[in-house]
Design a protein around this ligand. Structure first.
Ligand code: PEP
Ligand code: MN
Length: 287
């Protein structure tokens, strides 16, 4: 893999590179700021299952200190088959999200998987997520450059930081300077086992911060794929200087329609938020 060199900073990603003394950019999502002194915790279900459940999750995570609601209306699912227990609600899910935003005031982050859906998703989302698998979908990035909404750009599990910053540069180059990076675990030959499907690249936090002025958040849910590991990796990410986290939370985690192994219960999420408040103080941030 090629290392990042001076030519990249001049020619390949001049817009997202950090210049000497440049502060981290602050990205605004509704009235939430990402990249400043206040840590940003986004939380919610993997896929939106129904209105009552989304409402319940949103009010719980808000009470514990989350400031953005996550939830998938469109999902990049590994297999093509849908069933009563593996589904995406599409437009109906977006409508549920709008209802819950109206009721709770929480801004929404949701994924767009298809360039043909950018306008539809941008009408609802306060922040649009690019999933790991789409990080180098360049036509999608170009369209999101023009969409007028902040973007959460996940890192592909097979890409280095150079490629990731190249993808962020696409968004900037096409007109969008509201970009947050999200590390969600990388894949290696030895990682496809239950205790380590992906490896969380904690080192990417200081590395990205040295190359780029973009804020960076961590997704310990998809990175660990296992709720046993989510609290410790969340604490490590904040201790290492991340600007926030995106976490999957569910009232009955083992029954979640998608990603049931990794969702946190309300109780564990609440405890984790308490831990993070203490770590935030140590690293000079608030939560
Ligand atoms: C998600 O956040 O819902 C998701 C599918 O994540 P990733 O693209 O990181 O796998
Ligand atoms: Mn998920």
């Amino acid at each position: 893999m090629k290392d990042i060199g001076p030519k990249d900073i001049e020619n390949n990603f001049p817009l997202v590179s950090r210049r000497d003394g440049q502060e981290t950019s602050v990205v605004r999502v509704g009235d939430v700021e990402i990249g400043g002194e206040r840590l940003c915790v986004m939380a919610g279900p993997c896929t939106i299952e129904n209105l009552d459940q989304l409402r319940d999750i949103a009010s719980h995570v808000k009470d514990s200190g989350a400031v953005l609601l996550r939830g998938g209306a469109y999902k990049p699912m590994t297999f093509p088959y849908r069933s009563e227990t593996a589904f995406e609600l599409g437009e109906e899910g977006l409508a549920f999200m709008r209802r819950v935003r109206d009721e709770t005031g929480l801004p929404l982050v949701t994924e767009v998987v298809d360039v043909r859906l950018v306008d539809q998703v941008a009408e609802t989302a306060d922040m649009i997520q690019v999933g790991a698998r789409n990080m180098q979908n360049f036509p999608l990035l170009e369209e999101l450059g023009r969409c007028g909404k902040p973007v959460l750009l996940k890192r592909h599990f097979g890409c280095g930081i150079r490629d990731w910053l190249g993808a962020a540069e696409y968004l900037y180059h096409h007109g969008n300077d509201q970009v947050v990076l999200c590390e969600r675990g990388v894949s290696a030959a030895h990682t496809h086992e239950p205790t380590a499907r992906f490896i969380v690249d904690i080192q990417a936090i200081p590395a990205v911060q040295s190359y780029s002025h973009l804020p960076i958040v961590i997704d310990p849910s998809h990175a660990t794929f296992n709720r046993r590991f989510v609290p410790s990796i969340s604490r490590a990410a904040i201790a290492a200087g991340a600007d926030g986290l995106i976490l999957e939370v569910h009232p009955t985690p083992e029954k979640a329609a998608v990603d049931p192994l990794q969702a946190l219960s309300y109780e564990v999420f609440d405890g984790l938020m308490g831990d993070l408040r203490g770590i935030a103080r140590v690293v000079g941030k608030t939560l």
